[in-house]
Design a protein around this ligand. Structure first.
Ligand SMILES: NC(=O)c1ccc[n+]([C@@H]2O[C@H](COP(=O)([O-])OP(=O)(O)OC[C@H]3O[C@@H](n4cnc5c(N)ncnc54)[C@H](OP(=O)(O)O)[C@@H]3O)[C@@H](O)[C@H]2O)c1
Length: 270
């Protein structure tokens, strides 16, 4: 049986929906449920006592990344250690693409990959690129102008739903993807100027310092401004462009139009 962790999350929800359609045997785990429904267990990486992986042969471990590095690494350590102790055979981890190596949250992902490779488990690492939907959200216009400091370089975001479909390919036959890292940045590349053009609004990127000052006046958690700033800086420096991706190896259909998805995120104000 498969367990999909992070059940309340957007990626996990898509993976669970598609697993149901594919007829895969699975349960979900979520830190947000308190009951013990047979198909939905309480799984909170912060609380090792909840990590019941009984009957689970394949664990789909969705990163729980919205916290400081020490917290994220401890969460993932708890989950991997419990999987080792309880006889899970194969662990699939949703990591971060190589294009994201310069992002502030790359460290916890790379730590988790190393921990997983040193475990006694069979594993697959899905190195997910940044979501196109996220880029659209971060490029939200202010007074009708996109001011987010993405610079002018190309970026290669990916559709969250394509990542969920890629995950289903691995979940359908995990043994065929054992001890494999898949780089899953998007196939197409575009700039934020392209995005602005698609939506029909101007793009006038602010300086990084101006954006950092704006963020400092927002109700954000301490780890969030550096995380966001690293996305802008890495994009502007050209590090978020991918020249090759393994997406086509895992997708059964053509990748979704990421520029359209990012534009839709802007139009919907999400
Ligand atoms: N590639 C990208 O562009 C990108 C962007 C944002 C985030 N991410 C990473 O990818 C993950 C999935 O993305 P998403 O779009 O589905 O994010 P999301 O909708 O914000 O979901 C957050 C996820 O974190 C899980 N989580 C939080 N605290 C947890 C805990 N104590 N124990 C276990 N799980 C916990 C949540 O699961 P429950 O609350 O159900 O337990 C949920 O699955 C995120 O968690 C983050 O690490 C990637």
């Amino acid at each position: 049986m498969i367990m999909i962790t992070g059940g309340s999350g957007q990626l996990s929800s898509l993976v669970a929906q598609k697993a149901a359609v594919a007829g895969l045997p699975f349960v979900t785990g979520s830190s947000t449920v308190s009951d013990g429904a047979p198909d939905r267990r309480r799984i909170d990486f912060d609380d090792p006592a909840t990590l019941d992986f009984s009957g689970v042969s394949t664990l789909f471990l969705v990163s729980a990344g919205y916290a400081e590095d020490d917290v994220v690494m401890a969460r993932h350590e708890n989950a991997i250690a419990a999987a080792e102790a309880q006889g899970v055979k194969h662990l699939i981890y949703t990591s971060l693409s190589a294009t994201g190596d310069h992002l502030a949250f790359a460290l916890a992902h790379r730590w988790t990959e190393r921990r997983l490779k040193q475990s006694g488990l069979s594993w697959t690492v899905l190195r997910n690129g940044l979501y196109a939907e996220l880029i659209g959200t971060l490029a939200a216009p202010v007074d009708g102008v996109i001011r987010a400091p993405f610079g002018s370089a190309l970026i290669s975001p990916v559709a969250r739903e394509d990542l969920a479909e890629a995950a289903i390919t691995v979940l359908t036959a995990p043994e065929q993807h054992a001890d494999t890292v898949y780089e899953l940045a998007g196939k197409g590349s575009w700039s934020i100027a392209d995005l602005a053009g698609r939506v029909g609004i101007p793009y006038a990127p602010a300086a990084l310092e101006t954006t950092r000052q704006s963020l400092s006046s927002m109700p954000l958690l301490p780890f969030q401004p550096p995380m966001l700033m690293s996305i802008y800086a890495a994009a502007a420096a050209g590090f978020l462009e991918s020249r090759s991706t393994d997406l086509g190896k895992l997708l059964q259909t053509a990748p979704r139009d990421t520029l359209a998805l990012a534009a839709a995120a802007i139009r919907s104000g999400t």
